[in-house]
Ligand binder design. Structure first.
Ligand code: AMP
Length: 284
């Protein structure tokens, strides 16, 4: 496994692979890798010849400087995990490599898809995501790029950027990997105290309740949201950032519970912000 930090080293390896007509799969990450990240790697290994993982805690996508400072960094462990999955190359750039001070920043955004959910409560977040992902796409020129559906809005925004700006690659969504109690794996979970970790299990239980109430015939959207909110708020240290029901493609709020809806939430458990979502089918 190659580990490179410089753009010139990255480009020279990619050049060799392109010359040999290998297809390239790319999994962008911010490190502190867990089994969810490794699912992206496994999918990439199955679908492409060479798999590249980037590890870069991207400062421009953090709207809260404290969150950036506290973001866990475990590079040595990450490299061992990548090696164990036979990743072909890890790109580990420094901030000054990705953001040279001489360059004037460009802001990309897809306002329609960013009006709600994290786009609403984390101003500037998706601009930062699109900035770094588009830079990485240009440097790596992958045939396929793999993103977790846990960050569903991110997946939609990046897919739309690729479509709108004609990036020559395919964006693939990978299902959310969960802990035994159903909590979505996240690099942020390590910041939860034991008590908060217990409280966080309210999140998967809320999704189970959401499905159960739909199956038992609930169709009043506002009442449904109220039931789910109240359930989450039984946790003493829970603060709801948002709980929204939107269309899974255009990410605009649904007015009725019908067809297919995306139930998406962001909650603070103590200081830690956790997100999750599920697409829920509404029977006629
Ligand atoms: P991050 O390091 O949190 O920026 O995540 C890097 C990539 O891994 C993103 O595409 C995430 O959506 C994906 N990812 C993070 N957690 C999970 C998970 N539990 N299951 C599947 N993919 C995930």
């Amino acid at each position: 496994m190659k580990v490179v930090s410089k753009i010139s080293d990255l480009k020279s390896q990619i050049g060799e692979w392109k010359k040999a007509s290998y297809s390239i799969g790319f999994c962008p990450t911010m490190g502190s890798l867990h089994a969810g990240h490794l699912d992206l790697v496994e999918t990439s290994k199955k679908e492409t010849d060479k798999t590249i993982v980037s590890i870069f805690v991207n400062p421009t996508q953090f709207n809260d400087p404290k969150d950036f400072e506290q973001y866990p960094v475990k590079t040595d462990d990450d490299l061992l995990l990548c090696e164990s999955k036979a990743v072909d190359l890890v790109f580990l750039p420094e901030v000054k490599t990705m953001y040279p001070e001489t360059k004037t920043p460009i802001l990309l955004s897809i306002p329609e898809l960013q009006k709600h959910l994290c786009g609403r409560t984390r101003p500037g977040h998706f601009e930062g995501v699109l900035q770094i992902v588009s830079k990485l796409f240009h440097l790596i020129e992958p045939n396929k790029a793999f993103f977790g559906l846990k960050d569903y809005q991110q997946f939609r925004v990046i897919s739309a950027m690729v479509e709108n700006l004609n990036f020559p690659l395919e964006v693939i969504g990978v299902p959310t990997r969960r802990e035994e109690d159903g909590l979505a794996m996240s690099s942020r979970n390590v910041r939860l105290s034991e008590k908060e970790r217990e409280t966080a299990s309210l999140i998967p239980r809320m999704f189970a309740l959401a499905k159960k109430t739909i199956l038992s015939g609930e169709r009043d959207l506002n009442l449904w949201k109220e039931i789910l909110r109240d359930f989450l708020l039984t946790g003493s240290s829970v603060r709801i950032d948002y709980l929204e029901v939107v269309d899974p493609i255009i990410l605009q709020p649904k007015e009725k519970l019908e067809a297919e809806v995306l139930l998406a939430i962001a909650v603070f458990v103590g200081e830690v912000r956790l997100i999750d979502n599920q697409i829920i089918q509404i029977p006629n």
